[in-house]
Design a protein around this ligand. Structure first.
Ligand code: PLP
Length: 385
């Protein structure tokens, strides 16, 4: 164990089961450890470093803003957040945004807006948020309750009330009869839950249910957003017009930034004093996001779809691989070997992978060079053989 790893083990709360690997540098989709060994990074900091590690253009944008003003309280206006908000709205059709610092915080904001929307219109009895089994919405107390996986709950009871989770099926939807439902919160591709793409038929039925009952449709695009699935946001591929969309992870290319985006129905629900965040809309994070966002153009998105198709096809042919799932560069697959062994052996051979439940998960940078993908595919194939 290196000195850094020993310090970490001694002084950082043991919430993360880390691999024995310390990353000290990198460039693009190459991560470098403290011995100088290079790895092809197919995890991108869990879908965060959209254009890889230490991307020069992104760095320049961030450094430029650092030299102007690194933070200002939300008592005053700053430029990067205002322009980013405009771009987010213009490119999604949503109308207003609230800036937070993480995915969980973006979802907390969405949940507050759902409750206030319903309370203003129907009274406070209508406050339930429906989520899906196998979902993941964050680790704060409310988003934990929203997360439809008992394994996350067990030692943190009692859960925040007002959440129920259902199976993502048309039948389960048919059983939702109560009139205390304010909103539905879904991931269109469940990331942490095993890279499960929702059935489009279910999604359409859910959107109909929401529209008919004035229940808000909220899409958690914390992981699927910002080009990850081959469109700017995944909801475009499902033909949805959500009332609220949240995103975070890849938005600022590696700086902490979350956002809740509101449609026509919800754009004016929050008023002065209803919500806030000291760091929310931080100008440096927003400057990073402006750079990332402007580069997620049609060419890049076509590349994401092509590389995703290439990966899925290559994986499907590998020995012992089944259940290849996902959209764009958000991919999961099952193997006959235990996932932990696959990940450890690939790491040994210079390829970093992620897992999601019992699947191997790939979330490479959106601009990963094809040549690096091919090298990584060769390593995974070797390990699986
Ligand atoms: C990662 C994730 C979150 C939580 O984001 P944090 O930034 O870790 O709070 C919420 N929802 C989804 C779908 C995620 O993938």
């Amino acid at each position: 164990m290196s000195d850094i790893q020993a310090l970490d083990e001694q002084f950082i709360s043991g919430t993360y089961k880390r691999f024995p690997l310390t990353i000290t540098a990198g460039h693009g989709s190459i991560a470098i450890d403290e011995t100088g060994k290079e790895y092809i990074d197919l995890g991108a900091g869990i879908a965060v470093t959209s254009f890889g590690i230490a991307d020069p253009q992104w760095q320049a944008a961030v450094i430029e803003q650092l030299g102007k003003v690194q933070h200002m309280s939300n008592l005053y206006y700053t430029e990067p957040g205002a322009i980013l908000a405009q771009q987010l709205c213009e490119r999604t059709g949503l109308r207003k945004v609230f800036f937070a610092n993480s995915g969980a915080e973006a979802n907390e904001c969405a949940i507050k807006v759902a409750r206030k929307y319903a309370a203003d219109k129907y009274g406070t009895d209508r406050h339930v948020v429906v989520t899906l089994k196998q979902s993941f919405h964050g680790r704060t107390l409310a988003t934990l309750a929203a997360t439809g996986q008992d394994s996350f709950h067990e030692t943190f009871l009692p859960l925040t009330p007002g959440f129920i989770s259902i199976e993502p099926t048309v039948a389960a939807l048919g059983e939702l009869k109560s009139n205390d439902i304010a909103a539905v919160l879904i991931e269109l591709v469940q990331g942490e839950g095993g890279v499960n793409v929702l059935d489009p038929e279910f999604v359409t039925a859910l959107a109909d249910y929401c529209a008919t009952n004035d229940v808000l449709l909220m899409v958690d695009e914390v992981q699927t957003g910002n080009g990850r699935t081959g469109t700017l946001f995944a909801f475009e591929q499902f033909g949805l017009r959500p009332d609220i969309v949240t995103t975070a992870k890849g938005l600022a290319g590696g700086l902490p930034l979350g956002v809740a985006m509101f449609g026509e129905k919800t754009k004016d629900v929050l008023g002065s004093g209803d919500h806030g965040s000291t760091f929310g809309g931080n100008p440096v994070a927003c400057a990073g996001a402006l750079n990332i966002f402007s580069r997620i153009d049609d060419d890049l998105l076509a590349g994401v779809r092509e590389k995703g198709a290439y990966l899925r096809q290559a994986l499907t042919k590998m020995p012992g691989v089944s259940q290849v799932s996902g959209l764009g560069l958000m991919i999961g697959f099952s193997t006959e070997l235990p996932v932990a062994d696959v990940v450890a052996q690939c790491m040994e051979r210079g390829v970093l992978l992620l897992t999601a439940k019992d699947k191997v998960r790939l979330l490479p940078a959106l601009n990963i060079p094809q040549e690096q993908l091919e090298k990584a595919v060769a390593v995974i194939s070797e390990v699986l053989s």
